[in-house]
Design a protein around this ligand. Structure first.
Ligand SMILES: [Zn+2]
Length: 198
């Protein structure tokens, strides 16, 4: 897994090996297009470090998204640190891209891998005012865990996509023949990723 390659074929068509987690695939796909970059620069010595975050994490204090915006703001904020080389001021700047891929980590998620953490679609913030930008909700990825505990058992991913032109939610599941419209009151289990774009 460590040497994940994305081969580019004729016309730039990419064939992806999806026998991995959505989290892993997103991390690899967006390595060069991260949601956020944190740049740390010392005002005195040459220390200059950039950390890329393809996925940003929201460690939530409650079993809902009420504090997601506050948590993201405090986790990825610009501030001044102290340079470990020369003890001078290290300035941390945050560069946000056109998209935010967010992994919401609810208190139950930290306890076990397959959790029962649930989110109601209508309770997901439709906009995020953060990093001096306004981001719009686009959708989420939910994981359906395998019913068997066998080590080769595989789960299944479905996505829920938000159409902000008509406030409509659609459920995409490649085991079904068509896209389904779903109510905003739908509760999504095991929501692993939420995406926003400008
Ligand atoms: Zn320094």
């Amino acid at each position: 897994m460590a040497d994940y390659k994305i081969p580019k074929n004729f016309g730039g068509i990419m064939v992806l090996d999806a026998s991995c987690t959505a989290h892993y695939l997103l991390k690899e796909l967006f390595q060069n297009y991260p949601s956020l970059k944190e740049q740390k620069k010392c005002i005195k010595c040459n220390y200059d470090e950039t950390i890329s975050y393809p996925i940003i994490h929201a460690h939530l204090p409650t079993e809902n998204l009420n504090f997601m915006l506050d948590i993201l703001k405090s986790s990825y904020k610009e501030n001044n640190l102290t340079c470990t080389n020369c003890n001078e001021i290290l300035i941390k700047t945050v560069i946000a891209s056109e998209h935010l891929i967010i992994e919401p980590i609810l208190p139950t998620n930290t306890k076990k891998f397959n959790n029962n953490a649930s989110l109601k679609l209508s309770e997901i913030p439709s906009t995020l005012h953060i990093f001096q930008k306004i981001y719009f909700l686009r959708g989420l990825i939910s994981f359906i865990a395998p019913s068997s505990t066998h080590k080769d058992a595989v789960g299944h991913y479905v996505s829920f996509n938000f159409r902000d032109t008509n406030n409509n939610w659609e459920r995409y599941d490649d085991l079904l023949n068509s896209v389904r419209n779903v109510r905003p009151s739908t509760v999504v289990h095991n929501c692993q990723i939420i995406t926003y774009t400008l």
